[in-house]
Design a protein around this ligand. Structure first.
Ligand code: HEM
Length: 531
């Protein structure tokens, strides 16, 4: 009798490999009995005896609220969860964030590996997802130099021009505000990064940058790809049945390279010809060519030109959607709070308006960045928008590079760390409840103690704090003050608002009424938009 044969088709093999890995992870997790395991921060039990971990806690609608709640349930700033084999630490207090991301920043400034988006597509070459090391350090140096408070003064004009164009398009087509805001947020970043004219047609480069950003948002969701959970799957050959990993990665890589190489190549040529307008890329390349920074094979073998290209590529994804999300959130909150809008307008009119002979004040120009110090209530309003619904509610995740301890709790190496920015924004220092939308919580002369400044958490922390925060904050100020100066904003009765879920969270486009405040302001907007 012939010996029985045992053969597996492709699907069987895949299922077998996955299920044995899953069981392996679970077994290791259950049997890791050590002093460290007992000292892990508290957290909810995982589903199915820990087999699936706490994926449910981290997915779904507004997980940041659920994660903050777990902190209260366990009476702990730190909550520990599991997602398959990976430990996830959620930080719900600013003192713990400061301790890990600032005081112990050498070990908590790395990003986790995203196998599909980072390793296979190549997004880990950019500043946002690069691993902590010499390549990241050089990109960071370039970004900090180019986007510091002094350096960005040269972009004030670009920001003011883009916002004037945006407001003008709203006067003409108020129903298209979401599209116009999207374009304007992208144009600011594109002009600052590559020096392109503010009215450059979007098909030229913006389209590819937009598509890349959509890909990033979709691909870095937890569990977006099986290969992120089981990285060894990247070794499966392309012919393996149902294996789409290589095809997806190749399409992503092609898009990413197009969005980085084309605009960069264009500016590089202009720099060589000596006719590039100031921009992040032009200034970075000029620094290399003038020998100011060590050349292409510079510091510790880091290719500086490569760093200029890839840090530039990150700017659109990191700066455009965050600005858009913050401003659309502001528009929604202003429409819901006419009394706050009226107070902000009164401040703008009193500070920037011109007095007419009959003692009336007329506003005949848009606010500029130079006007910020004269507008304390508008500045407080900007802060309240950051605080009320933080646009990056769970920050960007980090990875612990070694085993560590905090307040007697153990943090294993390779833990994915989430700063719960939303939880930090619920501070009660001012005595005004956090659920209330109230800019006055930041006005020092109003209260014994103003609320914690959202600039300490909205833009991240420590060595990886957002390098575009000064530029982004100025854009948000110009958008909000420009909208209030130009329009009375209201919402039709019964308008429903839903939020975009994900890494960056903000209201989906909604119906809003934008009624110009006067003929004089329409003329001022038209004049300012003639760029
Ligand atoms: C309202 C606007 C913005 C918000 C709320 C925001 C928020 C953030 C947050 C939360 C992080 C993660 C920081 C961390 O890991 O601790 C970040 C990183 C980053 N942001 Fe922003 N950002 C904004 C605008 C901008 C702009 C305008 C730019 C560029 C021009 C920019 C460029 C970056 C870059 C390159 C990173 C990655 C830094 C690194 O990993 O070293 N952001 N941002």
């Amino acid at each position: 009798m012939p010996a029985p044969t045992f053969s597996l088709n492709g699907t069987d093999a895949l299922v077998l490999v996955l299920s044995s890995s899953l069981i392996g992870c679970w077994w290791l997790d259950r049997h890791w009995h050590s002093r460290e395991r007992r000292a892990l921060p508290p957290g909810p039990p995982g589903k199915f005896g820990g087999l699936l971990g706490n994926l449910g806690e981290m997915a779904g609608f507004e997980p940041w609220k659920r994660l903050a709640k777990w902190g209260q349930v366990y009476g702990s700033d730190l909550v520990y969860l599991r997602s398959f084999g990976t430990g996830v630490l959620v930080i719900n207090s600013s003192s713990a964030v400061t301790e890990l991301f600032e005081k112990q920043s050498s070990f908590y400034s790395d990003r986790p590996t995203f196998t599909m988006a980072g390793e296979l597509i190549g997004l880990d070459q950019g500043l946002g997802f690069a691993h902590y090391g010499p390549h990241w350090r050089m990109m960071r140096k370039l970004a900090q130099r180019a986007l510091g408070t002094e350096a960005i003064k040269k972009y004030h004009g670009v920001q003011e021009d883009v916002i004037a164009l945006f407001l003008h398009s709203l006067v003409e087509q108020p129903d298209e505000f979401a599209k116009a805001l999207h374009l304007a947020s992208g144009r600011i970043i594109q002009s600052v990064t590559y020096g392109f004219a503010v009215n450059t047609p979007s098909e030229l480069y913006l389209h590819d940058m937009e598509k890349t950003m959509e890909m990033v948002t979709e691909y870095v969701r937890p569990g977006a790809f099986l290969v992120d959970i089981f990285p060894f799957l990247k070794h499966l050959p392309a012919w393996f049945p149902f294996n789409t990993i290589h095809k997806t990665a190749a399409a992503g890589r092609e898009l990413l390279l197009r969005s980085s190489d084309r605009p960069f190549g264009h500016v590089k040529q202009l720099v060589k010809e000596g006719r590039a307008p100031p921009s992040y890329v032009a200034d970075g390349l000029a620094g290399i060519y003038e020998g100011e920074q060590k050349g292409p094979e510079g510091e510790r073998g880091v290719d500086v030109e490569y760093c200029v290209k890839w840090s530039a590529n990150t700017m659109y994804g990191a700066g455009s959607e965050t600005t858009y999300g913050t401003v659309i959130e502001a528009l929604y909150l202003l429409a819901l709070h006419p009394e706050i809008q009226a107070r902000a307008y009164a401040e703008i009119e009193a500070a920037l308006g011109s007095s007419t002979s009959d003692q009336f004040t007329v506003l005949e120009r848009l606010p500029s960045i130079a006007d910020r110090p004269a507008l304390p209530y508008v500045n407080a309003l900007v802060k309240e928008v950051y605080r009320y619904n933080p646009v990056v509610p769970m920050g960007l995740p980090r990875r612990s590079e070694k085993d560590g301890w905090l307040g007697g709790k153990f943090i294993p190496k390779d833990t994915l760390i989430i700063p719960n920015v939303w939880a930090l924004s619920r501070d009660r220092v001012s005595g005004i409840p956090p659920e209330q939308f109230e800019p006055a919580r930041f006005l020092e002369d109003h209260l014994p103690r103003p609320a914690v400044d959202p600039l300490t958490y909205t833009f991240g922390f420590g060595r990886r704090i957002c390098p575009g925060r000064f530029l982004g904050d100025n854009s948000v100020f110009l958008f909000i003050s420009g909208l209030i100066a130009t329009f009375e904003i209201s919402m039709p009765e019964g308008t429903d608002i839903s939020f975009v879920p994900g890494l960056v969270s903000y209201p989906q486009p909604f119906k809003v009424n934008l009624v110009p405040r006067s003929e004089q302001i329409i003329t001022a907007v038209k004049t300012a938009a003639m760029v």
